[in-house]
Design a protein around this ligand. Structure first.
Ligand code: HEM
Length: 469
């Protein structure tokens, strides 16, 4: 080897060594510069889980934000978490840097809903399933459901007018479930609807209980009900395949799906996604509807105004007995704003969970890999900087659109709610018939909040419904 070659190779070796040293140093500096956010981790293991699920969420989250700022750490359900209470941070986690975070749910819940449900996934599988779900709940498809949603709303209301005190939340759950079934299957044989209803009501009791698999426990009963649901859904799927019914509903889209190799979806994948949609659709919509009735009862002047808007629709050119049309549902500005404001004030999804897939640095703070990350929708919706006098129920504030990322009742980014248009449509249809034909009086106290785990007025809002003559 010549002297030049020796010098050349030595120079390359030394410069590589130097670059490696500088790289390590930079990495070390990066690691030491970012620090964990402020906050308290609470008790060993359970952390602050009890406080979070039992205290008024406005008080729990807001007191932490006041003390520590918009980003703080805690421990929930045994996991270290970083909570984020600013629109910029929510945008960072859910949209601009969403690839650094993945959705995360307790394993016990994943098992009950079904591991192939789209919201547990990211990447190609998620994108593919999401496209199917989004198409089946698009306005083009759901607008055709209006006559059937109306039929369900009318029969629900008739069944509540029986002189008895109704648990409003339970009644709204039944309605939301039936609309869910309609949007998933189209028309479904009553025998199957009843079987699904019966078994789903056992399944859902296991979502938030201790995951003990011993016979007799709620979790075990729930697992058994999930097995039966698989069998029922399998039967429906096979019947639809035999009858070659191609339909414009979620099941139709799932059955027609072919990947690039021509493969279809398995029965398990279809079942998991159907149960997933029922899970996402029922309690959310029912709790918002319950809050709407509470907020309207608390503000008699507003109630008169919303009734006026709805009665005017009946008396307008469309005539009293005509069914609702899509155009009519697009022409209910005050009722629509009541829904928007209820979604803000009640913030039934107070936050969502993600998990950091790698170490992430945000605003000089370190979010370590594996830590849970929680964008706090409720705090943002109740921040006076974005919504003046946030404790006040004021639908008129929505005459002006909220600033970006300050209003996220349906989330944001690639996991944002694909059912949001359907949810708003079914609420408008039910409210139309309620406000034009019925009055209701609240029975018992409804001033406390109950967590189910969604916040609802205490005792599900007891009310007596009467048809107006
Ligand atoms: C007022 C009622 C509703 C509210 C407040 C609501 C809220 C939300 C929110 C906040 C998310 C995002 C969760 C996250 O980012 O982790 C979400 C996701 C989802 N929602 Fe809704 N939702 C409602 C009704 C519905 C309905 C009626 C359906 C279906 C018919 C539905 C289906 C879904 C599905 C499938 C997802 C998961 C999407 C994905 O991971 O890509 N939701 N919902």
């Amino acid at each position: 080897m010549t002297i030049f070659a020796i010098i050349f190779y030595s120079a390359i070796f030394l410069s590589s060594l130097f670059s490696y040293y500088m790289f390590k140093k930079k990495k070390r500096r990066h690691k030491t510069r970012a620090r964990l956010p402020p906050g308290s981790m609470g008790l060993p293991c359970i952390g602050e889980t009890l406080q979070m699920y039992t205290q008024d969420p406005n008080v729990f989250f807001a007191s932490k934000q006041k003390r520590y700022g918009d980003i703080f750490k805690t421990r929930i359900l045994g996991y270290p978490c970083v909570m984020l209470a600013s629109p910029e941070a929510a945008r960072f986690v859910l949209v601009s840097h969403a690839h650094l975070f993945k959705p995360t749910y307790p394993k016990s819940k994943e098992k009950l809903i079904g591991p192939s449900a789209l919201f547990f996934h990211t990447g190609n599988y998620h994108a593919c399933m999401r496209k199917l779900v989004q198409t089946s709940f698009s306005p083009e498809v759901t607008r055709k459901l209006i006559p059937d949603i109306e039929r369900l709303a009318i029969s629900s209301l008739e069944s509540w007018d029986n002189g008895q005190v109704i648990n409003t939340f339970d009644a709204m759950k039944k309605f939301a479930f039936e609309v869910g079934i309609l949007s998933i299957f189209g028309h479904l044989n009553k025998k199957y609807t009843d079987l699904l209803k019966k078994n789903y009501s056992i399944l859902e009791k296991g979502y938030n209980c201790f995951p003990l698999k011993l016979p007799g426990t709620a979790y075990h009963k729930s697992l058994m009900a999930r097995k039966r649901l698989n069998q029922i859904l399998g039967k429906i799927v096979r019947e639809r395949k035999e009858n070659k019914l191609s339909a414009n509903n979620l099941l139709g889209y799932l059955l027609n799906f072919r990947d690039e190799k021509g493969n279809t979806l398995s029965e398990e994948t279809i079942a998991d996604n159907i149960i997933g949609v029922l899970f996402a659709a029922q309690d959310t919509t029912a709790s918002v509807l319950t809050w709407i009735l509470k907020y309207l009862s608390d503000d008699p002047k507003l109630l008169v105004a919303v009734k006026g808007e709805q009665k005017a629709i009946c008396e307008s050119e469309f005539g009293e007995n005509r069914s609702l049309t899509w155009a009519m549902t697009r022409n209910m500005p005050l009722t629509y704003r009541v829904i928007l404001e209820s979604l803000r004030k009640a913030s039934v999804i107070s936050f969502t969970f993600r998990e950091a897939a790698v170490d992430v640095e945000y605003e000089g703070y370190l979010i370590p890999k594996g830590w849970k990350v929680m964008p706090l929708f409720r705090n943002i919706h109740h921040n006076p900087e974005f919504f003046a006098d946030p404790g006040n129920f004021d639908p008129f504030r929505f005459e002006n659109p909220p600033k970006p990322f300050t209003y996220m009742p349906f989330g944001s980014g690639m996991h944002a709610c694909p059912g949001n248009e359907l949810a708003k449509l079914e609420m408008l249809v039910l409210l139309h018939h309620l406000l034009t034909k019925y009055r209701w009086e609240l029975v018992g106290s409804a001033n406390l909040i109950q967590y189910n785990p969604f916040p609802i007025p205490e005792n599900g809002l007891g009310a007596r419904f009467t048809k107006e003559i």
